[in-house]
Every structure is written in structure tokens, then in C-alpha cells.
Ligand binder design. Structure first.
Ligand code: FES
Length: 101
């Protein structure tokens, strides 16, 4: 079972391979917004994956298209609603409530 470490709080939670990164972050009680319900449309679940990015599911076309519209996107960027956990542990950095705008 992979663990997800969430920065800046440093909280760590165990998750299930194949589950959404967004769900793990929400289960940890962390403040992440998912206004579109996980449809890759709002961009509010934009996070940085600082460790374990290769273990996540590949970026989908819809995710890439949304990321292209977000300011501050970098090589570590993912939409948490689109990233499925693999077997490896991951560390993510939350970017705040307004990161999707
Ligand atoms: S929850 Fe809207 S893009 Fe991820």
C-alpha cells in the first residue's frame, strides 16, 4: 500500500493502489478544492508531486489540456483528480485554494 505525504502539513496517509490521489488527500482532511467533481475541468486540484511522480498514472489528454490553462504549472504539476496511485509512495505539495486560477 502506498503512502501519500502531504506538504506543507507533513501529514501522511495510507492509500490504495489504483485510487485517486485527490481522494487520499481528502481522506487526510487536507484543504483541497474539487469544484468540478474530478472532471479535469476546474483545475482547483492542481498540486505538485515532489516524490513518486513516476508511480502515478499517466497524464491524460484532458488533464494536459487543463494544465495548459493554469498559471504556475511546472514539471511536477498534476491534477489530483486525474492521478491514480501506483505502488510507490508519493509526496505532494498543496498549492492553496486559488492555484487553479
Ligand atoms: S477537481 Fe476539478 S480539475 Fe480536478
Amino acid at each position: 500500500m502506498p503512502t501519500v505525504t502531504i506538504l506543507p502539513s507533513g501529514k501522511t496517509i495510507e492509500a490504495t493502489t489504483g485510487s485517486r490521489l485527490l481522494d487520499a488527500i481528502l481522506a487526510a482532511g487536507e484543504p483541497i478544492v474539487s469544484k468540478c467533481g474530478g472532471e479535469a475541468k476546474c483545475g482547483q486540484c492542481h498540486i505538485f508531486v515532489t516524490e513518486g511522480k513516476k508511480s502515478l498514472s499517466k497524464t491524460t489528454r484532458a488533464e494536459n489540456e487543463k494544465l495548459d490553462t493554469i498559471v504556475g504549472v511546472g514539471s511536477k504539476s498534476r491534477l489530483a483528480c486525474q492521478a491514480m496511485l501506483g505502488a510507490e509512495n508519493v509526496t505532494v505539495e498543496l498549492l492553496g485554494f486559488n492555484s487553479g486560477f
